[in-house]
Design a protein around this ligand. Sequence first.
Ligand SMILES: NC(=O)c1ccc[n+]([C@@H]2O[C@H](COP(=O)([O-])OP(=O)(O)OC[C@H]3O[C@@H](n4cnc5c(N)ncnc54)[C@H](O)[C@@H]3O)[C@@H](O)[C@H]2O)c1
Length: 287
Amino acid sequence: MSTEFGEHRLAVVGAGVMGTNISALALGHGVPVVLVDVDQATLKTATATIKQKLRHAQLLGVLPEGREQGTLTTTVNLLDVADATTVVEAVVEIPEVKKKVLGTASSIVSPGTTLISNTSCISIDEMAPWVDRPQELLGVHFMNPAYMIKMVEVIRGSNTDPAVLAAAVDLLSVLGRESIVINDSTGFVINRLLHPLINTAAMLVQEGVASAEDVDNLLEGCLGHSTGPLRTGDLIGLDNLVDSLNVLYKARGDESCNPCELLLQKVRDGHHGRKSGKGFYDYGKVA
Ligand SMILES: NC(=O)c1ccc[n+]([C@@H]2O[C@H](COP(=O)([O-])OP(=O)(O)OC[C@H]3O[C@@H](n4cnc5c(N)ncnc54)[C@H](O)[C@@H]3O)[C@@H](O)[C@H]2O)c1
């Protein structure tokens, strides 16, 4: 695959928090994006969100200067990923949903098309039997916001072809990202460490040991955490966090990954964090 950004055509499946982040990152680096989701209303909101993110990224000076933005095409038809050089799957962290989307996408694209999952926790080897060509599958754990955090966690499955991995790292460098390549393991490095921390922080609030603000302030002030774990949970989305914790708990049986009642209650109440306007903190409006 060429390193010229003009040669890349990205398809992003899932237009939520991460699909819009990844699309903005690619468009801002001149790469065209076909964005897929299940309904037009989501795609309409996503288009507005991507515009906002691109403006934000420009204001922060994190996009290459003088590069023409890529074009965005939105669609509810997964068949439209057919011409992509790389497909990034960014649908909900529910194995059955990912299985269907990855399986269908891999049957649509031509051999030689890189398949990336932006999964938070699901093992790449677990996904391998879901796709037609496991050698073309790998994990890329983009951070949130994807256009601001330069580093990405890249996960090599047991079947991933080294040439496919190299092409993905090449694409990520075109997008201005710095890759750290690791071996496969449920939760990888980041979320095996981060998700139990956020769950434990929520448990401390549930037990009345400290308020959300005090927990976050302690982690920030004493340990130098950039936002505190509960603000991070709100940024991730508490619904996604619970789904990811469930994947980790099922695979590892570690009680610190068993989503606590307070998290479950917030999800039941529709308090999903920034994206719904309320989580551990009140954002006043949908952010
Ligand atoms: N939120 C984060 O900070 C973060 C960070 C890194 C990785 N991730 C991972 O990225 C993925 C997406 O997470 P998110 O936070 O964007 O979730 P989200 O809930 O905000 O968005 C998921 C999107 O997927 C869409 N979707 C569901 N089924 C679909 C289908 N069959 N076809 C097309 N679209 C479909 C939904 O309509 C929704 O718009 C998850 O695997 C998550 O674990 C999330």
